[in-house]
Design a protein around this ligand. Sequence first.
Ligand code: ASP
Length: 301
Amino acid sequence: MRSVIDILDLSVEELDELLAVAQDIIDNPVKYQNACAHKKLATLFFEPSTRTRLSFEAAMYELGGNVLSVTGGNTSSVAKGESVADTAKTVSCYADIIAMRHPKEGAALVAANNASIPVINAGDGGHCHPTQTLADLLTIKREKGGFGLCGDLKFGRTVHSLINAMSRYRDIRFILVSPEELKLPSYVKNETLKKYGLPYVQTTDLLEYLPEMDVLYMTRVQRERFFNEEDYLRLKDTYVLTPDKLKTAKTDLCIMHPLPRVNEISVAIDHDPRACYFKQVLNGKYMRMALILKLLKEAAV
Ligand code: ASP
């Protein structure tokens, strides 16, 4: 049974195919409105979410399908001590496909190994978040030049998945901006950037390389992954993008953020034509529609 746990579970050709289907959905929504009739998506979210869960659910409704939903560990059998494996086996009896978010790294993989239906990882701890990357890929206008990633590069799972996906483009130079304590984990650096010989620089100063960036991907400091509240409070406002700081940036910079935003981008930037983060939200729905369609089609064969 085909599941998507990591963005690398999808080949370059499949990513291109998903991008093309998402574009076709945008252009011809009516063609897809019954594509998943009588199918059920189970959204199992054991960690807070607004966009990802609603985006999956909106995606399934727009494909003419139905949704079964579990949110929070307290309202399900997880609170009684049920394992992820048993939950996955149980939900396989009711639904056709699962989207799952869990605070533990690897939980979605355990679910996939035990489910008899496809499982989509909707975020597993600080590990990865492949469907956010799908949204990001539809939003990024060009796959070359200076690619800035700023903020919590250590715990930010969207960053890890996105770097993996972008590592297939050869004309990119990564600019990694973070406090010392929140640098990109060495496993991501070794298994992608170094492995493929991709150029990158690391800095603590956002303004240093801002003029060279074509994309700036801001991220929130991931409070829920900290052991110590004091460290979070010290680091949370390290980078706040303001109109003033953007003065040295390119006029066609693409400013992204997986959201939720806490304080990383001033609301004064929201109307700047370079702000792409709400477009990213909408793109997430179309890419999740394309992915649900693909996995259900493959499961039917
Ligand atoms: N929404 C994204 C995630 O679930 C980013 C974030 O929470 O900061 O990882």
